[in-house]
Design a protein around this ligand. Sequence first.
Ligand SMILES: [Zn+2]
Length: 236
Amino acid sequence: MTEIKKFTTYFVNGYIVKDDKTIMFDTGALFEPEQLPGVLDELGVSAEDIEYIVISHAHYDHCMLAKAWKEMTGAKIICHEKTAEALRDGNAQGRFQYGPKCYDYDKAYYNFMEETTPPTIPTVEPDIVFGDEGLDMHPYGINGKIIHTPGHDDSHIALVLDNRTALTGDSVYDLHDVGCFTEDPRFPEGSYSLNWICTDEELLKDSVRKILEGADIFYGGHGAPMSRDVVEPLVK
Ligand SMILES: [Zn+2]
């Protein structure tokens, strides 16, 4: 049985997925390397058990601790070729493409994203790089597959598990839990959105439909898990 454990660094989620093998999905952000052992202690996971680190997309809040986690665990990094470029060049700024909604509400979201983005992230060479065809994860001890889900960003992927659970990064997220709206009554918990950051809204919707074909429960990069009944209406 696949087991999923969530950890949160500020406003960003990462996950430990345990199957025949154990992997990390997304790295969290803005923590110092010294803080990472405590993250695993709290989950009851030992560093040496983590064999792979899978990254959902090239935005800093999901990949900036890849180097630190790799050094601590010895795990191999698995990512899309466009995320690999980001890990090699280390440039974190200018990677967000904002959808029209983010400019409303006094630009709070835009400002928050720009202010929290560090100029650079620690560079690291990924170990297993794939393209838009995705990656079957069974050979890596995980009962599931990685599918390419562009729209939020060209590099974006989801891990769709055979038990109809998906780790979806930022394809869908809870605005309340992104960070800048936590106290804002206009964005209560469960104010789910697709298109605050997107390269193409229709492409993003297609990607989410693709995830819905294989999953009914969605673990996102920000906020609590979501069920089909909140995600499906967003792509109707
Ligand atoms: Zn994010």
